[in-house]
Design a protein around this ligand. Structure first.
Ligand SMILES: CC(C)(COP(=O)(O)OP(=O)(O)OC[C@H]1O[C@@H](n2cnc3c(N)ncnc32)[C@H](O)[C@@H]1OP(=O)(O)O)[C@@H](O)C(=O)NCCC(=O)NCCS
Ligand SMILES: [Zn+2]
Length: 204
């Protein structure tokens, strides 16, 4: 167990030996951080959160109450995971199988997941994407995209701070707007600028 002296772990939380809690992280009531897990600097995990073995949360990421993040989920920096969002890591679960295949899920920097959304394993949620409350994500969502519903579909693009919808055919320059410059802290704004520059580059 390696808890940085500037971090706070509530006395009711369990942090197993072999977990790493980086500077200025916060772990609230009744949460459980397994061996091999790493909470990056400035992360915050709320009440009743379970961070499975070897799960790493990037710098500044926030996990709201009642979320279990299982082995196989990769979480970037400055991600927001809303209350009671659900993750999975076995696509065809059965008791009594000789073996099973762990399916990975990737959450890229700056993305947000709304309350109660279900993220089926095997998908990637792109940088600064936003998943609406209650969505069921069954396929990967590109960066800066807003997806809602069951199954989740992309409705529009969304700016870096999440306040302004952006047309699907917009240019990368429209992903960062005045609202983002006003609202985002400088580090997140700089990260968004990096990801906005990479936007759609792979399709071109
Ligand atoms: C998806 C979201 C970002 C859209 O925000 P918005 O654009 O301000 O939403 P609006 O209220 O203008 O709704 C626009 C339309 O989308 C629909 N809609 C909104 N949120 C939706 C959701 N989560 N799932 C399905 N449809 C949704 C609305 O019903 C409305 O439909 P209509 O055009 O047919 O009337 C927002 O509703 C949301 O789910 N945010 C996440 C909240 C959350 O879980 N926060 C966690 C921390 S507390
Ligand atoms: Zn904005």
């Amino acid at each position: 167990m390696d808890i940085h002296s500037s971090s706070y772990v509530h006395p009711t939380a369990i942090v197993e030996a072999g977990a790493i809690i980086e500077p200025e992280a916060r772990v609230w009531h009744f949460s459980h951080v397994r061996e091999g897990a790493r909470l990056g600097a400035l992360t915050a995990i709320g009440r009743d959160v379970y961070i499975d073995k070897n799960v790493e949360l990037g710098r500044g990421t926030r996990v709201q109450n009642g979320v279990s993040i299982y082995n196989g989920v990769e979480v970037g920096s400055w991600c927001f995971i809303g209350p009671h969002a659900i993750f999975t890591n076995d696509l065809h679960p059965r008791v009594g199988k000789r073996t099973w295949t762990l399916q990975h899920t990737v959450l890229r920097d700056g993305m947000s997941i709304g309350a109660g959304a279900i993220i089926r394993c095997g998908v990637e949620i792109g940088a600064f994407a936003m998943i609406g409350a209650g969505a069921v994500v069954t396929k990967s969502i590109p960066s800066f995209s807003l997806a809602v519903g069951l199954p989740a579909e992309v409705e529009s693009l969304i700016c870096a701070c999440g306040e302004t919808r952006v047309a699907l055919d917009a240019n990368a320059s429209e992903l960062i707007q005045a609202c983002c410059r006003n609202l985002l802290n400088p580090e997140v704004l700089a990260l968004a600028e990096v990801h906005a520059k990479q936007f759609r580059r792979t399709d071109e």
